[in-house]
Structure formats: C-alpha cells, structure tokens
Design a protein. Structure first.
Length: 264
C-alpha cells in the first residue's frame, strides 16, 4: 500500500529533507505549520498519513511492526535519502524503530516530541484501556467522528475544526478503529529491549520538543532522553499539553526551523 502524504518544497535546491511522522489519533495535518516553515527555510518537508490514519486506508493487521515497515517502504518509494526525522506520540515509537533499523546513513538528526522509547515504559490510562479486550472496543467507539471533537478539545483546546475533521477520517469506520486497537495491543514496551543504546549510537543531534503540561507523556520523558542521548536540545512550551503541533503550531514550527538551522 502506498501512503498518502503532503509535502512542501523550497524555491531552489533543498538543504535537506524533513520527514514528519504523526501519532494517534492524528494525521499529516498536524504538521501543516512545520511543513510551510521548513520550506520557507529551504527544506523539502514530507509528512505521510500512516495506514489507517488521515487519507490512507487501513492495512490490517495494523501492528506496530507493520507500521514500521510501512514507513520504511515510504522512505524507499519516495527516495528521501538521509532525513531529519520529526516524530510525535506513536510516530516516535514507529519512526525511532525505523531509524534504529535503518542506521545512521538514513538519519541526519531527530526531533522527538511528547513520546518515549524506553523498554521499561508504562502506558497511560487511556492506552491501557485500548489494550484491554472489550474495554478497548467500547472506548474506541467513543472516538467515532461525531464524538471526536469534544474528546480532543478536552485535552487540546487549540485544535482547529479542520484538524479534527482530518483526524476523524482515520476513525470513520469500524475497520479503522479496530486497526488502531491492533496497534495499541501490539505495543509491548519489552520489544524495545533490543534497541537499548541504539538511538544514542546514531550519534545525531536531537531536538526534544515538549508540552509542559503533557498528561500522556510527561516532560520527565524529555529529561530522560536528554540524559541518555549525546547531543540534545530541550525546548519546553509552557501552557501547552500533549498536542504541541496543534495547540502551539507557530511556536513548534519555529523551534523546529531553528534546529534545522544548526544542521545546514
């Protein structure tokens, strides 16, 4: 399956490629401001909709491993070359596994936002419910498009109507919703044990971009990344929760572009 994606290109030759990978329940739409700002700064920027999200149809079984494979195929199909990888939420669990598997030749730098990549990680309460048979199906039913706006605005007051409409496309059928449950239920953090030390071994610069009020991936995770990775810069956006690219799009985009400026 080919992934639907959005991209921006600069005038003239690009200084590099920024690859942005979304989390749940979002889509490539979350990176709109980042894509525009990156292109204005001279970068080619690309954001796919992963299987079952945005405009890409489900491709079940939608496990963590198959999402990593889908991202890898996308990079190859688009011939992206070495990328600056920008990841958020589930996009980090998917994208960072791909980066470690692909190796330093495939990745110039990392932007990690509001997630984790630790074998001793613990899921937050909603994710635990998704991972529980029966309870997860009942909870996911509340993510149907007609309820999604109220749910997301409860944790992301700045999320736009256009964003919610795009995210709803990835939840509009039972097939979509079951695919997301498969993803969560395959998300055993013990699977990251073989990856211990491999993220640091990439040896690339890392921007840690976090919402100070994130209730799903608290800022303590950013500080742990800063301790474990060799070349990090931490930017914490005050008054912002988990969905930093929706609640503070201009601030988040500016932080990413400043970081890109270090790499040129």
């Amino acid at each position: 399956m080919s992934l639907v994606f959005r991209e921006t290109r600069p005038e003239g030759e690009a200084r590099g490629t920024l690859l942005c990978v979304h989390g749940f329940p979002e889509s490539s739409h979350m990176f709109g401001a980042v894509l525009e700002a990156a292109a204005a700064a001279g970068w080619h920027a690309v954001a796919p909709d992963l299987p079952g999200s945005g405009d890409t149809p489900p491709d079940r079984p939608q496990t963590w491993e198959r999402q990593v494979e889908a991202l890898g195929r996308f990079v190859e199909e688009q011939d992206l070359g070495p990328v600056v990888l920008c990841v958020h939420d589930w996009g980090a669990l998917i994208g960072l596994r791909w980066a470690c598997d692909a190796g330093p030749a495939a990745v110039r730098a990392l932007v990690i936002s509001d997630s984790g990549f630790f074998p001793d990680g613990k899921w937050h309460g909603m994710a635990k419910a998704f991972r529980t048979p029966g309870e997860g199906e009942q909870l996911m039913a509340g993510f149907a498009p007609e309820q999604l706006g109220a749910l997301l605005r409860g944790v992301s007051p700045g999320m736009s109507d256009a964003a919610i409409a795009h995210y709803a496309r990835g939840l509009e059928t039972e097939e979509h919703r079951l695919g997301h449950l498969e993803q969560y239920r395959s998300g055993d953090f013990e699977k990251l044990e073989p990856y211990e030390g491999r993220l640091a071994a990439l040896g690339v610069p890392v921007l840690l971009l976090w919402g100070a009020d994130d209730q799903f991936a608290p800022v303590a995770g950013a500080h742990r990344f800063a301790r474990e990775l060799p070349d990090t810069e931490l930017v914490v956006l005050e008054g912002v929760g988990h969905f930093v690219f929706d609640d503070a799009p201009e601030e988040a985009a500016a932080a990413v572009v400043r970081f890109l400026g270090r790499l040129a």
